[in-house]
Ligand binder design. Structure first.
Ligand SMILES: [Zn+2]
Length: 306
């Protein structure tokens, strides 16, 4: 059985669990508030003191118990100023965290009733939560993948557009980094690898000349694909597996990806890949990030000081 198809029970976050935990918009708001200000206790800008804040009925706000000044848990988060219900947002996050090969805006439109455009925008925001900086240690496998495909398979308006190349680096049995590269020169590829992989690691690549300088910083091993695919320890099966997962997802679900979005799609796939063994549902990780990645310019008092 393909190991991707088995999800450990502790990693599962079922629809029923979700329904129980987040039955209403209020429950979602309470979640965000608790993550940002446990028990509603935070600095009241009006009193100048730490105060407890209570929910204001009918508004997405909590009020200081002493002076009544409002605070807004959603300010600065991806939910801020959205007219879509908070529960729909949480639903979309759950869907994107639980899928294996990706979910389409069309599916979100069908399941939640928002417009296609809204679904698409929400997914874009959730994908932002999935970006991260990762350093890999060896042994790692490296290989590039091309996106953009053959012209004969494309609708007319997409033909003749330049292909894009992404560099993939993966630890055996570990995490992956996938990033778009402007070209496949030695300078670009080896430079990216040096940024991501710890020095002195064992690095497996194919025989492409651009990888030759790797021997300076790493223990570089090559695989001759024209001869045989697996040469003892020297193979790139892990990264090939990741790329085939991404490609299946992008052609099957996303159909086609614009150049400006490819990186965020790659981040989405890498995020899920890197958490396939984490003993915790990806949903809770992502939901938590919505409350951690708060736009610093969006100070509650400045934004909505009512
Ligand atoms: Zn106050």
């Amino acid at each position: 059985m393909n190991r991707w198809q088995t999800v450990k029970p502790e990693q599962k976050y079922t629809v029923l669990q979700f329904e129980r935990e987040f039955p209403t918009d209020d429950a979602c708001l309470e979640y965000v508030k608790e993550r940002r200000w446990p028990d509603g206790i935070t600095l009241c800008t009006k009193c100048g003191k730490e105060r407890k804040h209570y929910r204001v009925t009918g508004r997405m706000a909590y009020a200081c118990h002493a002076c009544g000044n409002h605070i807004f848990p959603l300010a600065g988060t991806i939910f801020h100023k959205s007219t879509t219900s908070l529960r729909t947002w949480f639903y979309v996050i759950r869907l994107m965290a639980s899928t294996r090969v990706g979910v389409s805006a069309k599916q979100i439109q069908r399941e939640t009733g928002v417009t296609y455009k809204t679904a698409w925008r929400m997914m874009k925001q959730v994908r932002k939560l999935m970006g991260e900086k990762v350093t890999l240690s060896g042994p790692v496998e490296v290989d590039e993948a091309e996106f953009g495909g053959a012209d004969s398979n494309k609708p007319k308006h997409l033909r003749g557009k330049a292909k894009m190349t992404a560099l993939g680096i993966v630890e055996r049995g570990g995490r992956v980094v996938a990033r778009i590269v402007p070209n496949i020169t030695a300078l670009t590829l080896c430079g990216s690898i040096a940024e991501i992989v710890e020095p002195d690691a064992e690095v497996f690549t194919d025989l492409m000349h651009s990888y030759n300088p790797l021997g300076v910083q790493f223990r570089h091993q090559t695989v001759n694909h024209s001869e045989r695919y697996v040469d003892g320890n020297a193979h790139t099966n892990t990264i090939d597996g990741f790329w085939s997962l991404v490609k299946r997802g992008i052609t099957g679900v996303y159909y086609q990806v614009g150049a400006q979005y490819l990186q965020s799609y790659l981040n989405e796939y890498a995020f899920r890949y890197n958490r396939r063994k984490v003993m915790r549902p990806m949903f809770s990780l992502l939901a938590e990030r919505t409350t951690q990645q708060v736009c610093p310019c969006a100070r509650e008092q400045k934004l909505l000081g009512s």
